[in-house]
Design a protein around this ligand. Structure first.
Ligand SMILES: Cc1ncc(COP(=O)(O)O)c(C=O)c1O
Length: 387
């Protein structure tokens, strides 16, 4: 297996801080910037002839992103963000009055409002309540949801289950194989927001029978801000209507005065018009260079190793860790700490970049962090905590 990239040239942020905020905005991988610059340089020098040199950047993106999701290239679409993917699905889904969508009460807005908007069509958004999957977590902040409640809420009006693979506050990860099995057994479409997992937890989208997966490019994938990826199953696509359309949605290419309505039926049906191609090239470079070898399974193990190393060194008298069962662990470690906002700003000033959401301190190392960074971070964080 190839070694994990941990060098400063790939991740120049190491020159200024110990960065443990890959669940917020991750630092851009330098190879992504290079790829983006090369494409834009060619665009600058050659104009439209750039494509003679690069080929179709979206086709290359589909192929590599497909490998990350164990899916064929045809099932992938390049997006601006997670919300764009989820909105295209929510708005294009054939929902009748009384149809139900099940989600969780503390989802990130990108996986909430697209479904809420469907109430205008008479659909009902049913929200799972917050619950403690371990029985021992502190109360007062979002924790997770339970498979038992989900099972009891699915009925013959349920069409969609829309949940994040990993909750952005507590870091609670869905047990995706069990969740997917439940939805398959009950004939419900499972739509996953993978913004907090793609690049840190492996996802076999077709193997699990997922209807769709939407993710952002600038978190665990270390790509440009304003990029995302959408996986859709062919079966789901066959039932979706088009809600955004432009020149790139139809199969006649640049025969622009031919207005025959013949939209693509593969993932291109969502890439309705001119895309941010330089950014697609950059995100593809991240996926290709950083996530295929070592693969995401190896990255997940490395990240958990780094987390355990940090946990061994943080003083538990101050850092109250949310310990989930192994199948519910993710790249995000959440802690209850006193005066969290102040703690975060003091840590950042002291040279360790952490973040706070939903009342928690979030610490999110990634494969690119070294053992020395983890040890240094623990020392600084303990000092900032005054323990
Ligand atoms: C669970 C989850 N979904 C989505 C996003 C980002 O959504 P978008 O790509 O629409 O900005 C985040 C960002 O924090 C998130 O945590």
């Amino acid at each position: 297996m190839k070694a994990f990239r941990k060098d400063r040239e790939s991740f120049p942020i190491k020159e200024s801080t110990i960065y443990l905020n890959h669940c917020g905005i991750a630092p851009l991988y330098s190879g992504a910037l290079r790829a983006q610059q090369e494409f834009s340089e060619l665009h600058m020098r050659r104009g439209i002839a750039v494509f003679a040199e690069t080929g179709n950047p979206l086709s290359a993106f589909h192929e590599i992103a497909g490998r990350l999701l164990a899916a064929p290239a045809e099932d992938i679409s390049f997006m601006k963000n997670t919300a764009e993917g989820l909105s295209l699905i929510a708005a294009g889904y054939d929902l009748k009055p009384g149809d139900e969508i099940i989600s969780y009460v503390h989802e990130y807005p990108s996986n909430h409002y697209p479904w809420r908007l469907q109430e205008r069509r008479g659909a009902r958004l049913v929200l799972l309540e917050d619950s403690d999957p371990t029985g021992s977590l502190p109360t007062g902040c979002p924790r997770g949801w339970s498979l038992e409640e989900l099972t009891s809420r699915i009925n013959d009006r349920t069409r969609i289950v829309a949940l994040s693979h990993v909750q952005f506050t507590s870091g609670f990860a869905a047990d995706l194989p069990r969740l997917a099995q439940l939805c398959r057994d009950r004939g419900v479409d499972l739509i996953i927001d993978a913004a907090q997992s793609l690049g840190s937890i492996p996802i076999d989208a077709p193997g699990l029978g997922l209807a769709a997966v939407a993710a952002s490019g600038w978190k665990w994938l270390m790509g440009p801000i304003g990029t995302g990826v959408l996986y859709t199953s062919p079966e789901l696509r066959s039932r979706l209507s088009v809600t955004l359309a432009g020149a790139d949605i139809v199969q006649q290419g640049d025969d622009y005065l031919n207005h025959t309505w013949q939209p693509f039926t593969d993932g291109r049906m969502f890439e309705y018009s001119t895309a941010a191609l330089a950014l697609a090239v950059a995100l593809r470079a991240c996926m290709e260079d950083l996530f295929l070898e070592p693969d995401v399974g190896a990255i997940q193990r490395e990240n958990l190793r780094l987390q355990d190393r940090l946990l061994e060194r943080l003083n538990p008298a101050f850092f109250q860790y949310l310990r989930f069962a192994p199948e519910n662990r993710s790249g995000i470690m959440s802690f209850r700490v006193p005066a969290v906002a102040e703690f975060v700003s003091r840590s950042v000033k002291a040279g360790v970049f952490v973040s706070s959401r939903g009342g928690y301190l979030r610490i999110a190392p990634h494969f690119c962090n070294t053992d020395e960074e983890i040890d240094g971070a623990a020392e600084i964080l303990n000092q900032v905590a005054g323990v």
